[in-house]
Structures are given as structure tokens and as C-alpha cells.
Ligand binder design. Structure first.
Ligand code: FDA
Length: 305
């Protein structure tokens, strides 16, 4: 049953009509539990609160299904405004973004031009930029654009998904560029031809990727709410004397907040992924897919109206 629900929400996440309706309707259905408001100002306020608790942040201006060049350029402008906002307010925060929202599906050149604009501002402000990893269809292009940007900038990194069979090879390949990697389980619906269908295999591969990345002496952002993976990381760094500034834990805004604070108290670097903006629909559906129990929040929200 859980798998059926998961597939349902991942299918819904790709529905363009519902995505358009959701943008018009505003933050609804309990999405505000996972999204830090519709505007940059609301996100900056949330991050002030997180920083005050010792949590670092990464900001993501939500955006999916970018249809034309103007929309892609607007999305890049939003990212630049976010960089300027976090610098102005002296926040302990960096930027996360998706290449499809920078125009990757329209043209690779457009996407690269937008990324170069963003990277120039980020480099001038001394802020790190993380390129999120999307579905398998975008993987090669994402890695290619990351590598091209890495030739000119050292404040850029990307994400590797443990559910893909090829990920250990990618981690080894990216180590040549001393890549700062966020490691995740993977949030999209992928075929068993490219991704492990069984959770246990994904978890085992996740641990392997953490080990490889740290053994390679590359920075690891271990992004998970899974305490078994977090405990594995803690044990690994202890056993291998990995300094605490060579890795961090990352979690999503609104999920396992008490665990985030506990890790800060234990002296670990913890970064919260803070999404904002009116294009919340796809992100919200993927969060429901991860944990169908979250649907209870949606139903409660609907009953209150
Ligand atoms: P798992 O799904 O096994 O969950 C472990 C436990 O965490 C659950 O039992 C539950 O207690 C809690 N939990 C997990 N998800 C929850 C939810 N939605 N609501 C409430 N509780 C929940 N993916 C991707 O493909 N590309 C990317 O770029 C990113 N980026 C990214 C950044 C950050 C900071 C995080 C934390 C995650 C991502 N992801 C991602 C998403 C990732 O691939 C994965 O889908 C989620 O993190 C859920 O997997 P967990 O590792 O948390 O484990």
C-alpha cells in the first residue's frame, strides 16, 4: 500500500495542470509545513530563526516546469536576489537550485548562461551554490554543467543519489575535482534498470558513498532524516578521525526539527534546506511521497477550511 501511495504522489508531482493551479491558489493543503513562505523576505526571516538556533541553511527558490527563456531568466534573477539577500542580512546560508528551472529543458546554453550569472554573483559574495540533482533524464547534463562551472569556480557543488546503480562511479569520478557533494537517497520515480528498487540496497549504497567521499578527502553533506545513516556517519568519522568541518548533516525544513537541534548540541554542522516561493506543488508532492503519513496533515488542513 505504501508503495502505491508513493507512486501516486510521484505521479502527481509531474502534473503540470495541478502545478499551474497551485501557483494561482497560493500555499495550501498544509504545504506551509514544508515551505518557508511565498516570498524571499519570508524565507530570510525563517533563516534568521534557524541561524539563531545554531543551524545553517540552504535556500531554494522553488520552480519546476520552466517553459520559456524569460521564465528561466526570471528564475536566475530570483537566485541572484536570494544571494544578495542572504549576504545583506549576513545569514549563515548558501544557495540550492535546479538546472531545469534555469532553462535546461529549453537549451543547455541558456542554462549555462544563467548559471554563469549566478556563479559570478555568488563568487563575488563568497557564497556556495549547490546544484540539486533531478530525475535520471537530467543526470548527464547536470554533471556536465557542474564540471564546466567547476573549471572557473570552486564554490559550486552538486548532489549524488544513492538509489542509482552508477553513483559510486560518479563519486569516484567527481573526486578528481575535489567535489563538495550532497549525498541523498533520491526522490524521483526511476526504473529498476537504473535504480535499486529495494530500500535496503539504497541504504547500503548510501553508506558506501559516504565512506568513499570521506576517504577521498572530499566534503560530504549527508542529507537524510534516517537516523541509521546518521549514526553510521557519526561512527565512521569517529573511527577514522575525520574532522567535524569536513562534513555536515542536512535535513529539510519542517522535518525532524528536534533531531536537527540534537545534532547541533552534539557539535555537528547541520544545514536546513529552506524552500520558498509560489511554485511549491511538485516539491510538496515529493515530500508526501516520501512519507504518506504526511497526508494526514493535508487532510487536517482541508478539514479546517
Ligand atoms: P527515509 O525516506 O528512509 O526517511 C527516514 C525517516 O525520516 C522516516 O522514517 C521519517 O521519520 C523521516 N522522513 C523522511 N522523509 C520525510 C517526510 N517527507 N516527512 C516527514 N518525515 C520524513 N533528492 C534528490 O533526488 N535530489 C536532491 O537534490 C535532493 N536534495 C535534498 C536535500 C536535502 C537537504 C535533503 C534532506 C533531501 C534531499 N533530497 C534530494 C531528498 C532525498 O533524496 C530523500 O527523498 C529524502 O531525504 C527522504 O529520504 P531520507 O534519507 O530522509 O530517508
Amino acid at each position: 500500500m505504501e508503495q502505491v501511495m508513493k507512486n501516486f504522489f510521484l505521479f502527481m508531482a509531474k502534473n503540470k495542470t495541478l502545478n499551474r493551479l497551485a501557483k494561482k491558489y497560493g500555499l495550501a493543503l498544509g504545504a506551509s509545513r514544508f515551505v518557508a513562505g511565498a516570498t524571499l523576505d519570508s524565507a530570510l526571516q525563517v533563516i534568521h530563526g534557524l541561524n539563531a538556533k545554531g543551524l545553517m541553511a540552504t535556500m531554494d527558490h522553488l520552480g519546476e516546469f520552466v517553459y520559456n527563456e524569460q521564465e528561466a531568466n526570471d528564475m536566475a534573477d530570483h537566485c541572484i536576489a536570494a544571494l544578495e539577500g542572504m549576504a545583506r542580512e549576513k545569514l549563515d546560508c548558501n544557495l540550492s537550485l535546479k538546472l531545469t528551472s534555469m532553462g535546461l529543458d529549453i537549451s543547455k546554453d541558456l542554462c549555462l548562461a544563467n548559471m554563469n550569472r549566478i556563479m559570478e554573483t555568488a563568487a563575488a559574495l563568497g557564497i556556495f551554490v549547490r546544484i540539486d540533482m533531478e530525475d535520471y533524464a537530467h543526470l548527464e547534463d547536470t554533471l556536465d554543467i557542474y564540471k564546466r562551472l567547476r573549471q572557473n569556480y570552486d564554490n559550486v557543488g552538486t548532489v549524488i543519489q544513492a538509489y542509482l546503480y552508477r553513483s559510486a562511479d560518479d563519486v569516484q569520478d567527481l573526486a578528481q575535482l575535489k567535489t563538495n557533494l550532497r549525498l541523498v537517497k533520491g526522490a524521483y520515480k526511476e526504473s529498476p534498470e537504473v535504480a535499486y528498487p529495494e530500500k535496503q540496497d539504497v541504504d547500503d549504497n548510501f553508506k558506501k558513498l559516504i565512506r568513499l567521499q570521506l576517504e577521498n578527502g572530499c566534503y560530504a553533506a549527508v542529507a537524510t532524516h534516517d537516523e541509521a545513516i546518521i549514526d553510521y556517519t557519526k561512527q565512521f568519522v569517529q573511527k577514522n578521525n575525520v574532522p567535524y568541518d569536513c562534513f555536515e548533516f542536512q535535513m529539510l525544513y519542517g522535518i525532524r526539527s528536534e533531531l536537527q537541534l540534537r545534532l547541533v548540541e552534539e557539535g555537528y554542522r547541520v544545514r536546513v534546506y529552506v524552500p520558498y516561493g509560489n511554485d511549491w506543488y511538485g516539491y510538496f508532492m515529493r515530500r508526501l511521497a516520501e512519507r504518506p503519513a504526511n497526508v494526514a496533515f493535508v487532510l487536517k488542513g482541508m478539514l479546517k477550511k
